[in-house]
Design a protein around this ligand. Structure first.
Ligand code: SF4
Length: 386
């Protein structure tokens, strides 16, 4: 069995380490580096959003490199995400990529028994009633590693404007992820993280600077996948801009687990609320920021409209309280929830007095156009800051 997993941000790297650590062959489902510039699988429906097209291209490529089992995490929803698994399977079957599919739906949707049955295809020991504890421990370690990797990058990006050589920040982050992708052992991966944390502390900083600060918000895939967002993180860092984002992959795992728990556990209402709030926020933000996010978010969008637009609007609306100079919203062409979010953010900008720029990514536009707009926006914020 050779497993693959649709790549998003550093999740593919961590999934690879996790599977290899458990002795399972893993083949990353990486779309080629230039996939976003037109080399998308030709059978991808034109009107689907970019994450779907990149997933399809990556899985198609992984099949040709020997993968035979696709693991997908699925969460239903009013946006197109709810259709991803079925559509991916139908198109890939038609292209001759006859994967064995292991769809990890939320336990609240399929029940814990069914979820365990699906997982046991990957880990046959579970069928004999063995290995559950070992697996839980490894899952916990993998989640912890993902949190560490995201926090390592977030800390550097949050302070990017203070580093004397911002390019060194980019080099350090890519070297760290490159080394992580080569390891097949979770313990070794933690050693690598520790080493790179230490290296990050050796970078020279200049605290007399007053860099521009930006809140980066929008659709989860585009926010976290550097192929989809044309390395916006690297570009902002090179421009000496500090930025924060709150919708991360480890946040998504906590959020999904909490939502699932709320549905399946018969908790009294007060405890249920606590389970929900345990998932909110990136964990490192200030109490003031979190309270501001809740209040401001409710003022502009109080219900779920698909994706994580409710959360992204709340984060943007609390930008001023967090000390941000501006907001950049990013999402892929065809993303229904974020199009609604875009209209709401115009109002946020007007009412809160904070500039907002929206970037819409598709597979056909080149990097130069995005870079020009980012430069113009950050220049304007720097002038405003004085
Ligand atoms: S949130 Fe937007 S981009 Fe993401 S799956 Fe839904 S429609 Fe597609």
């Amino acid at each position: 069995m050779k497993v693959t997993f649709p790549d998003i941000g550093c999740a593919g790297i961590i999934a690879g380490t996790f599977f290899r650590d458990l002795g399972i062959d893993y083949i990353p489902a990486l779309p080629p580096d230039n996939a976003e510039e037109g080399e998308i699988c030709p059978d991808a429906p034109e009107d689907m959003c970019l994450p779907f097209k990149l997933f399809l291209t990556g899985l198609d490529d992984a099949w040709r490199r020997g993968a035979d089992t696709a693991v997908m995490i699925s969460s239903g929803g009013p946006c197109r995400l709810g259709e991803f698994c079925e559509l991916l399977k139908a198109i890939l079957d038609r292209r001759g990529c006859r994967y064995r599919w292991i769809i990890l739906d939320m336990p609240s949707e399929v029940g814990i028994k069914e979820l365990l049955r699906r997982i046991s295809v990957l880990f046959p020991e579970l069928k004999k009633g063995r290995g559950a504890l070992h697996l839980i421990r490894k899952l916990h370690d993998a989640h912890h590693l993902l949190k560490e990797a995201e926090a390592f990058e977030a800390d550097l990006r949050r302070n990017a404007g203070y580093y004397e050589d911002p390019k060194a920040v980019n080099r350090l982050i890519s070297a760290c992820f490159e080394e992580l992708s080569q390891t097949g052992c979770l313990n070794r991966a933690f050693d690598i993280m520790g080493r790179y944390r230490w290296k990050s502390m050796q970078l020279n900083r200049d605290f007399s600077r007053s860099p521009v600060k930006i809140a980066l918000t929008g659709e989860i895939f585009t926010l976290n996948d550097m192929r989809a967002n044309r390395r916006i993180g690297d570009r902002l860092t090179e421009l000496g801009v500090c930025f924060e984002k709150d919708i991360t992959l480890s946040w998504w795992i906590r959020h999904t687990a909490a939502v699932s728990l709320k549905k399946i556990l018969p908790l009294p209402p007060r405890r249920r609320k606590a389970a929900g709030s345990a998932a909110s926020g990136s964990g490192k933000e200030s109490l003031r920021g979190r309270i501001g996010e809740r209040i401001a978010g409710k003022r502009y969008l109080s219900c779920e409209i698909g994706g994580y637009t409710k959360e992204s609007v709340a984060f943007a609306a609390s930008g001023k309280i967090r000390g941000m100079d501006g907001i950049i919203q990013i999402f892929p062409a065809g993303c229904m929830p974020e199009i609604v979010g875009h209209a709401i953010l115009n109002r946020v900008s007007e009412k809160e007095g904070i500039p907002v720029m929206t970037l819409i990514y598709d597979e056909l536009s080149g990097e130069a156009g995005y870079l020009t707009r980012i430069e113009a926006f950050t220049d304007m914020l720097a002038r405003k800051r004085g």
